[in-house]
Ligand binder design. Structure first.
Ligand SMILES: [Zn+2]
Length: 124
């Protein structure tokens, strides 16, 4: 997280890595999630994403870490599994964000941007 890269660049790198993971690449937005995105718009999903990340991931030791992100129920949850931003172990393994410390504002912004980039791409 030390080298400053643009969101676009970070997303493009991440996308390449995610594509090599059969587990990560199997996630898709279904018709209901896509229509939720279409009707609510990106700014709403950004707010929800930021809210989920702050509550469920940002503390140094999040509650139920590893199980805090449901598999379905909101486009952001799906995006979190698809982008490996679902729990602190995945954040460490895939994004190099250390466990045991609260997320920084910069890390929160990065995570939210990766989630939105994935959703945007799904909506095509
Ligand atoms: Zn995870």
């Amino acid at each position: 997280m030390d080298i400053p890269v643009s969101t676009q660049e970070a997303w493009s790198r991440l996308k390449t890595r995610l594509a090599r993971s059969p587990f990560r690449s199997r996630f898709r937005l279904g018709p209901r999630e896509l229509s939720y995105y279409a009707s609510r718009g990106e700014e709403t999903l950004r707010r929800h994403g930021e809210d989920f990340v702050r509550k469920r991931l940002a503390p140094a030791f999040p509650e139920k870490d590893g199980k805090q992100t449901p598999m379905r129920g909101h486009p952001v949850f799906t995006a979190q599994h698809a982008t490996a931003t679902c729990c602190r172990s995945c954040l460490m393994k895939w994004h190099g964000i250390p466990k045991g410390a609260p997320l920084t504002e910069k890390e929160i912004r990065y995570i939210v941007e990766m989630i939105l980039a994935w959703i945007r791409e799904q909506a095509g």
